[in-house]
Design a protein around this ligand. Structure first.
Ligand code: URP
Ligand code: ZN
Ligand code: ZN
Ligand code: ZN
Length: 475
């Protein structure tokens, strides 16, 4: 039973290899992969000359996400964010739950899950952000419940932002101990928050308050020190570790060195660190606010090493850290990027990229020669699915897997623009970039959300699902 769709004439690409084959979908799942089968389907999608890729997985997004002590929030909600994701070929994202000051972590999760369920057109998961004082009984008990009852199998620790989110080493160790005991996967935002604050204060004391000085406060050593320390602490505890948004060559080198010693450590990087550089915004004055994120977008000379590590599995995943803010202030949103022009400490941190990730990685990576086809699928879908407990339902075109499928045109001519995108933000870091790889048709658990670049009615009438996830699969 179930509606059947045949995706015919394309080349199926997985992390392990690629082959010319048709794909048969019944209901929510892939039920056949083969050539010259006498398959008869309710509907046929012609994929001649196209690649058939597992739906992209972005394990690092911040949709309708409160920041700066809940004084503002990111511009995309789960509706606009998930539509942007789908148009970019991403059919699964994992966002975060940050404890509200006036509610428990568990209750904050329940509320956020239900908001996302009511709006997201694609499947999604939620990581827990572990608040400081992880040893407090309520936080401890909520983490255990989130893991066991809700499949929140990955927990993020902030080594930055002292006074609000930062965990000290004792708290990080306690959190890692608990993660190890349960089988949860610890993630770290690795920047030494004390070093960042000290450097920022020195800059302010010297009157260096302009946007561009954000990058000076967030040095390479701030990041590399925290990455090194997180690796040592994780090894001491005996837990695997995931380092989000690695931006610095030195930080990436720490991860690559740990991996070459056989330690279960993985690093994520993001398109903005691979393709965008300090040189792109250092002359923009207040408008440099659009490029401010933490860790910062660094000098162009830093990029080659990130590409090298990403190609050779020193870095293993590509996510966006999509935390989109608008440059022009919309009436219905709290203060956005230009809330405090000329004063970098108050600029909301974060950049957009959810819709652009796959296209940018294709153009700069696959066409650019740093990634082959299989590696592209590995970093954008397969490895994220494995590490975050979703494989093989997600991250592979295989019989029995969820029918999360992207028909990818490798001979497109598309220009990335903010105006042509689906995020609520009003600018794009890749404005004007011409890309030859484009997701044309996008299926999420058997629902064709986008057909030939057109959003379908089913995207308006149905929703994606919350994914209760399992333990990290380390191989
Ligand atoms: O600048 C960034 N990355 N903002 C989002 C929150 C975080 O630290 O990941
Ligand atoms: Zn400290
Ligand atoms: Zn972060
Ligand atoms: Zn983030």
């Amino acid at each position: 039973a179930g509606h059947t769709t045949l995706i015919a004439g394309g080349t199926v690409v997985n992390a392990e290899g690629f082959v010319r084959a048709d794909v048969l979908v019944r209901g929510e799942r892939i039920v056949g992969i083969g050539v010259e089968q006498a398959w008869d389907a309710d509907e046929t999608i012609d994929a001649t000359g196209k690649y058939i890729l597992p739906g992209g997985i972005d394990v690092h997004t911040h949709l309708e996400y409160p920041i700066d002590g809940f004084t503002t929030r990111t511009a995309d909600d789960f509706a606009t964010g998930s539509v942007a994701a789908a148009f970019g070929g991403t059919t699964t994202f994992i966002d975060f739950v940050k404890k509200r000051p006036d509610a428990s972590l568990f209750d904050t999760f329940v509320e956020r899950r239900s908001i996302a369920e009511s709006k997201s057109i694609v499947d999604f998961g939620l990581h827990a952000i572990v608040p400081p004082l992880v040893q407090q009984p309520d936080v401890h008990d909520d983490l255990v419940r989130l893991f066991t009852e809700q499949g929140v199998s990955s927990w993020k620790f902030f080594m930055a932002y002292p006074g609000t989110q930062m965990v000290e080493d004792d708290e990080l160790l306690a959190g890692m101990d608990l993660a190890l005991k349960l089988g949860a996967f610890p993630m770290v935002h690795a920047e030494n928050g004390h070093m960042v604050n000290r450097a920022a204060q020195q800059l302010l004391d010297e009157g260096k308050t302009a946007e561009i000085h954000h990058v000076d406060a967030h040095g390479h050593s701030q990041e590399a020190e925290a990455v090194h320390r997180a690796i040592v602490l994780a090894a001491e505890v005996g837990t695997p570790l995931y380092v989000v948004h690695v931006s610095s060559e030195q930080a990436a080198a720490e991860i690559a060195a740990a991996r070459s010693e056989g330690l279960p450590v993985w690093g994520e990087t993001c398109p903005q660190y691979l393709v965008t550089a300090l040189e792109d915004y250092q002359e923009l004055g207040e408008r440099a606010a659009g490029y401010i994120c933490s860790p910062p977008i660094r000098e162009r000379a830093n990029q080659a090493a990130l590409w090298k590590y990403l190609g050779a599995d020193g870095l293993s995943t590509l996510a966006t850290d999509h935390a989109a803010f608008c440059m022009e202030q919309p009436e219905d949103l709290p203060p956005q990027k230009l809330r405090s022009p000329g004063y970098f400490p108050k600029t909301p941190n974060g950049v957009p990229g959810l819709e652009d990730r796959m296209m940018v990685a294709w153009e700069a990576g696959v066409v650019g020669g740093a990634l082959d086809l299989c590696r592209f699928v590995e970093i954008t879908a397969a490895r994220p699915a494995k590490l975050f407990g979703m494989y093989p339902n997600k991250g592979t075109i295989s019989v029995g897997a969820d029918a999360d499928i992207v028909v990818w045109d490798p001979e497109a001519d598309h220009t990335i623009t903010a105006a042509g995108g689906h995020s609520r933000t009003d600018y794009n870091l890749y404005e004007g970039m011409r890309v030859s790889g484009l997701p044309v048709t996008v299926m999420s658990r058997g629902r064709t959300l986008i057909l030939d670049r057109e959003l379908q009615e089913v995207a308006r009438t149905t929703r994606g699902r919350y994914l209760a996830r399992g333990a990290a699969q380390l191989f």
